[in-house]
Design a protein around this ligand. Structure first.
Ligand SMILES: *Cc1c(COP(=O)(O)O)cnc(C)c1O
Length: 369
């Protein structure tokens, strides 16, 4: 009986950091300062410095970041959000929480990220924002989306929950559009020991408004509510300190993830294709395979002792809660249903485990019809 290769194992890095984590906990416990203290301020500065952007705000989660970003830019006449339907539904969830409606754009068949060509006919004066999700860790076509949105003054939001650290010739992901959102959910490339999120922007007025919205709408002073639509969304001191520690390890981890994807790619049989993560525009958050029958591949890998998952099994347009937003056909998005499968991909995988995944990929044959 071979040992199973886990899809993810968050305990490995937590164990390796146990002394530092204990030190962080003891320091914060002893300080008696648990939210919006020095660690929070330091992490906001560290992340701003890492990204090379002026303003970063710590928040409670990536979904909060999306919701507050949308609240910040929407107006009564601009109340529709355009996003893709294959990225887990986070932008839709946030738009609904912000009281907005959603319109879906198809994705590019090679990259699975927003297709600027499909976006063009969807834009009108009712659009509050376009959310580009850097899916699987790969930067989407922000340049193409900006070119379409700028003439109409439509804000563009980058969802960087899966892509922190990715950069291309235009710059760092998270600095390429008007607002960027981040998640530090434990499985993300930069993960906390709980929930966390952030927003980055270079616009001072956006920063000021979001700073108010994350804390009840308070401006200038405590208990003075100026901005409507505020709420409580904070990143606590413990998570901020842990994230500050782990941010220093992010680039190494991302490099390791890309190596793992490259190894899978060269091992895969001719029947399946592992999506590439060849350069720094991709941080390999997920190693995704495209196969004619992903369920058959999943069964085969399970027999080879490899855990897999699907990101994501149901497009937003197929979700019962959001049926009202489904409108035109999304041929590429729909064609990917049942054809994608995510492999184990995290920096702490052992060489032996990677090899086990490779052997599973190499031995897969198309099931007889
Ligand atoms: C994880 C994720 C989110 C949501 O982040 P939470 O912190 O879990 O709320 C948003 N968008 C994408 C693309 C994600 O992968």
């Amino acid at each position: 009986m071979i040992a199973e290769v886990p899809f993810n194992d968050l305990k490995r890095v937590a164990d390796a950091q146990s002394a530092e984590l204990r030190g962080i906990f003891d320091g914060i416990r002893a300080s008696g300062w648990f939210v919006q203290g020095p660690h929070h301020t330091r992490f906001e500065r560290s992340l701003a410095h890492y990204l090379g952007i002026e303003f970063v705000l710590g928040l409670g989660s990536g979904t909060d970041a999306l919701e507050l970003a949308l609240r910040c830019v929407a107006t009564p006449s601009r109340n529709t959000v355009i996003t893709v339907a294959n990225a887990g539904g986070y932008a839709t969830c946030a738009a609904v929480s912000a009281g907005l409606s959603v319109r879906y754009c198809d994705v590019d068949p090679e990259t699975h990220t927003m297709s600027a060509e499909s976006l063009a006919p969807l834009l009108d004066d009712g659009v509050a924002a376009v959310v580009v999700t850097h899916l699987y860790g790969r930067l989407g076509d922000v340049r193409g989306v900006n070119a379409l949105c700028a003439p109409r003054a439509i804000p563009v939001i980058e969802d960087c929950a899966q892509s922190l650290g990715a950069r291309n010739s235009d710059g760092m992901g998270g600095t390429l559009a008007d607002i960027a959102t981040f998640s530090f959910y434990p499985t993300k490339n930069l993960g906390a020991l709980g929930d966390g999120g952030a927003i980055a922007t270079r616009h001072a007025h956006v920063h000021e408004r979001l700073r108010s919205l994350r804390q009840y709408g308070w401006r200038d002073a405590k208990y003075r509510v100026v901005d409507e639509g505020g709420r409580n969304s904070r990143l606590d001191e413990l998570q901020a300190a842990i994230l500050d520690l782990r941010l220093g390890l992010l680039d190494d981890g991302n490099r390791r993830r890309r190596e793992i994807v490259a190894t899978y790619r060269s091992a895969a049989s001719s029947v399946v294709a592992v999506l590439p993560a060849d350069d720094e525009s991709h941080v390999a958050h997920l190693a995704v395979v495209v196969a004619p029958d992903a369920a058959a591949l999943q069964r085969h890998l399970a027999e080879a002792g490899v855990q897999t998952q699907v990101h994501f099994p149901v497009p937003d347009t197929g979700q019962p809660a959001w049926a009202r937003f489904a409108s035109g056909p999304l041929p590429v998005t729909e064609s990917l249903v049942g054809r994608i499968l995510s492999l184990p991909c995290f920096p702490e995988l052992s060489a032996q485990e990677i090899d086990q995944v490779c052997r599973g990929l190499a031995s897969f044959q198309e099931p007889a019809p």
